[in-house]
Design a protein around this ligand. Structure first.
Ligand code: SF4
Length: 357
């Protein structure tokens, strides 16, 4: 039997159809879904999402939401490929900001050992090792309010050196001026990470030393300098479902959706206000829903399953990938927190048939 989207077989005919015909039916059905209106997971990149619409996505039955997210995902990405980044803290602790989840803030009493800015050679060696472990992007994070003085000049040299290894480069140095963003671009930076953390409404409960608007301004400078934007948020900060929707609306409605969207699960670190407040852990299915909704709203962005992965079962990570996550951090450490080891990751990717991009 010849099957085409024009001459559709009847249900009765399909009942006895070979597997190949069924596969074609599934492909055509998925294609139809992909070209459906964007609110049902279509192909269009929208910048006019409302919180109510996003709450409706969250309220979908789990299977319906995951099907929709997977459909959108397949329209834009190879579902069996995963982008791997590696993240190194190039300057640790004593940060003047007061982010209530962060071990590196000078405002909190954590056991973290502070470290001055690493030497350029040390960073290049770590980047070479990350490349050998399969990373395609090397991210450098510094616990600064923003880059400054001689340290910024050294950081620019690091970026040049990492780029020369043939890796994509990413930096997370805090608030940036327009000129600093330009200098980073000139040094060979590809991505700049600056998370919005949470919704504009919940933000003041999480950080008081810089405003939500400061963050958006930095994202604008990053984009205007021609850098790829990496921006996402954290689940588990005591936020409501409406906050999660509002956070995703903020990201998706940016004039240019972030190229990379890290979704973090809070790691409660003793000594940080959020850990001390013993904020309730999110239901794992709610976390997966955030990944799925992010995928539907930002169809062309890499959605990164980021901090908190080390504590997730293989099955939960697999569901996150099915929900549209297609990027992870590899390496034993994620800034100052534990992360899944490269060996564990390779094992999991092999079991799932996932290949690095
Ligand atoms: S999250 Fe970044 S800006 Fe906030 S305290 Fe930690 S290192 Fe500083």
């Amino acid at each position: 039997m010849v099957f085409s989207p024009v001459a559709k077989p009847s249900c009765a005919a399909l009942q006895f159809a070979p597997r190949e015909t069924w596969n074609k039916v599934i492909v055509v059905t998925l294609q139809a879904l992909q070209t459906a209106p964007a609110t049902t997971g279509g192909d269009t990149v929208r910048h006019d999402w409302t919180v109510e619409e996003v709450e409706a996505l969250f309220a979908l039955p789990f299977n319906d939401l995951l099907f929709q997210a997977q459909t959108v995902h397949r329209a834009h990405f190879d579902p069996n490929r995963i982008q791997i980044s590696s993240l190194l803290s190039i300057k640790t602790g004593a940060c003047p900001e007061d982010c209530t989840y962060c071990a590196q803030s000078a405002h909190h009493n954590t056991d973290l050992e502070r470290e001055k800015l690493l030497a350029v050679e040390e960073v290049i060696a770590a980047a070479a090792k990350a490349k050998a472990d399969g990373a395609s992007r090397f991210c450098m994070g510094a616990a600064w309010r923003g880059p400054h003085g001689d340290d910024f000049a050294v950081a620019l040299t690091m970026i040049e050196g990492v780029k020369a290894l043939g890796l994509e480069t990413c930096a997370s140095f805090g608030v940036l001026s327009r000129e600093q963003a330009r200098q980073l671009k000139e040094a060979g930076l590809d991505y700049y990470n600056h998370n919005i953390d949470t919704s504009p409404e919940h933000y003041k409960e999480i950080v008081t030393t810089r405003t939500f608007e400061d963050r958006l301004e930095t994202l604008e400078h990053v984009h205007d300098a021609g850098l790829h934007v990496c921006s996402g948020g954290i689940v588990g900060l005591g936020e409501s479902q409406t906050d999660r929707a509002s956070m995703l609306v903020t990201l998706a409605n940016l004039p240019h959706q972030p190229d990379s969207v890290p979704i973090n699960l809070l790691i409660p670190i003793p000594g940080t206000p959020l850990a001390e407040a013993a904020v309730e852990r999110p239901d794992p299915f709610d976390f997966i829903r955030v990944i799925a909704v992010a995928r539907v709203m930002m169809p062309k962005s890499y959605v990164r399953l980021s901090a908190g992965r080390e504590g997730m079962s293989a099955e939960m990570q697999a569901l996150c990938f099915f929900a549209g996550a297609n990027s992870v951090f590899c390496g034993y450490k994620l800034l100052t927190a534990k992360n899944a080891s490269p060996g564990q990751d390779r094992g999991l990717f092999d079991r799932l048939g996932l290949k690095p991009m």
